[in-house]
Design a protein around this ligand. Structure first.
Ligand SMILES: Cc1ncc(COP(=O)(O)O)c(C=O)c1O
Length: 475
């Protein structure tokens, strides 16, 4: 069982006192509840003893006791003699609060996802015609179908990164690829450089391989903090650097060619393996010229996926790396899975010849979504600062006050589930930011902005109620 120190919890709930106008115990309980709801506190984690937390936060023991009692009553904490207070989720039906799962009137904007492109259904039919010729084989496929690896390799070659089929491995989505690379490259205590904010499930994968994360800031105005990047490389010699140079999730920024070259140089000097996540690499929204993959400029491992282009439900991604690393990563699979399903690979194989057209349509769709969201936010929440988004699926809006967790909690009472800014950091920061996806249809974006506007006025007024949903995944 993981135990959380008062200091670690204090870091995760920075600015908690700004939550609500209600009593302090309720604000504290709300903030801990949000950590559970959005997956930053794993179920089964033991919270610090009341006395320890009270002394760390400079509160009376009564306030912390009341907060823990509130969490117990709402089903988020089990307190047992001898084992302390352990995080849990309310059992369904036990709580009388709204439950977003399966409720059609709840909008889920915690995920930046897209419906499948229409071509998937027809490709699945064609794939089923191809399937019989694979049925005589074992179906255990740790590297992926050679014909698909070749097709992806050819695409890299055409985009300026000469690639051989042996340098590609098919994975169960990009998340699987991040996890496999973390397991292959990292040992306990190694440093892993990450951008902050960044994609939270990458933090989880890197941490679960024992890495200590070294943050480098990315802002919507300035992009990557070059000085911080240099210092992070030079001072910590990270074993792995996980980067999203195109297009960064959640800011939508793209890294300049000069900084790419500098990053490659720093990584080479420090012996860092760069793992470049290009899940959104071809989703530039300003008609900008297609960028070559990052690895075309120097040594880096590339992660790709069709989750944000064709459909997340295909669960297909890949790693592009040198042969030796591909072999090591494929062996690292066996502890957890024995290969990628064949049928989905055949569907992707059928879709790849049309991939450029699919990407064009996706960019058009996302550009319209971005423009719609930005216009609606300007109308309903003009006080927020909404930067221009170069690419990807999300806006990283600055709400102007450190109230993002509170806003995310209040949004639930207006039918919207959305991840608070700190979900995208590693140390409780980003309370002034909220990530809003524009990948959903326009009418859902309208509903989400209405809910945010209503929640925004609540934040100024009322103590908060929350739903009891487990929304641990943010994609
Ligand atoms: C940057 C980034 N990497 C990886 C993933 C996971 O992708 P997949 O669905 O292919 O596992 C996501 C999904 O949100 C993402 O945003």
């Amino acid at each position: 069982m993981t135990s959380l120190s008062a200091r670690a919890l204090g870091t995760l709930i920075q600015n908690w006192r700004t939550s609500g106008n209600g009593p302090a115990y309720a604000a504290l309980a709300d903030r801990i509840r949000l950590l559970v709801l959005d997956g930053r506190l794993s179920l089964g984690t033991r919270l610090p003893a009341e006395r320890e937390l009270a002394s760390h936060l400079g509160l009376s023991r009564t306030t912390v006791s009341a907060a823990y009692a509130d969490l117990r009553e709402s089903g988020y904490l089990d307190s047992m003699r001898g084992s302390g207070s352990v995080v849990r989720l309310p059992s369904r039906g036990a709580a009388a609060l709204p439950d977003p799962i399966g409720a059609p009137d709840f909008l889920d904007f915690s995920k930046a996802t897209l419906p499948a492109v229409p071509a998937v259904a027809a490709a699945a039919e064609r794939a089923s015609a191809l399937l019989p010729s694979f049925l005589g084989e074992s179906g255990f496929d740790p590297l992926g179908l050679r014909v698909l690896r070749q097709a992806l390799a050819d695409r890299y070659t055409a985009r300026g990164l000469p690639t051989d089929a042996d340098e590609v491995m098919i994975t169960i989505g990009a998340q699987h690829a991040i996890g496999l690379l973390a397991r292959t490259l990292l040992s306990r205590g190694d440093r892993a450089l990450v951008e902050t904010p960044s994609y939270p499930h990458a933090f989880e994968a890197l941490r679960s391989s024992g890495a200590r994360l070294v943050p480098v800031p990315v802002t919507t105005d300035e992009g990557w903090d070059e000085l911080a990047l240099e210092q992070a490389f030079q001072r910590t010699s990270p074993t792995l650097g996980y980067l999203m140079p195109d297009y960064h999730n959640p800011t939508g920024r793209s890294m300049s060619p000069e900084l790419r070259a500098r990053t490659l140089d720093l990584a080479a000097r420090q012996g860092t393996t760069l793992v470049v996540d290009e899940t959104m690499g071809e989703l530039g929204l300003d008609g900008q010229a297609a960028r070559a993959p990052f690895a075309a400029a120097g040594r880096a491992v590339t992660i790709g996926s069709v989750g944000k282009t064709i459909w997340g439900g295909l669960r297909l991604g890949w790693i592009r790396a040198d042969r030796e690393l591909i072999q090591r990563a494929s062996r690292a699979r066996f502890a957890l899975d024995l290969g990628t399903p064949i049928f989905e690979q055949l569907i992707l194989l059928e879709l790849l010849p049309q991939y450029d057209r699919i990407l064009e349509d996706r960019r058009d769709y996302l550009r319209a979504g971005r423009d719609h969201l930005v216009a609606r936010l300007a109308e309903r929440l003009p006080q927020w600062s909404v930067p221009h988004v170069e690419g990807g699926l999300t806006v990283w809006a600055n709400v102007g006050a450190p109230v993002s967790s509170q806003l995310a909690l209040a949004s639930r009472n207006h039918g919207l589930v959305i991840a608070a800014g700190p979900r995208f950091g590693i140390d409780g920061v980003f309370e002034r930011f909220i990530r809003i996806p524009f990948s959903h249809p326009a009418e859902l974006i309208d509903g989400a902005v209405d809910a945010l506007a209503a929640a925004w006025s609540d934040v100024a007024r009322t103590p908060l109620l929350v739903g009891d949903e487990d929304l641990a995944s943010v994609v």
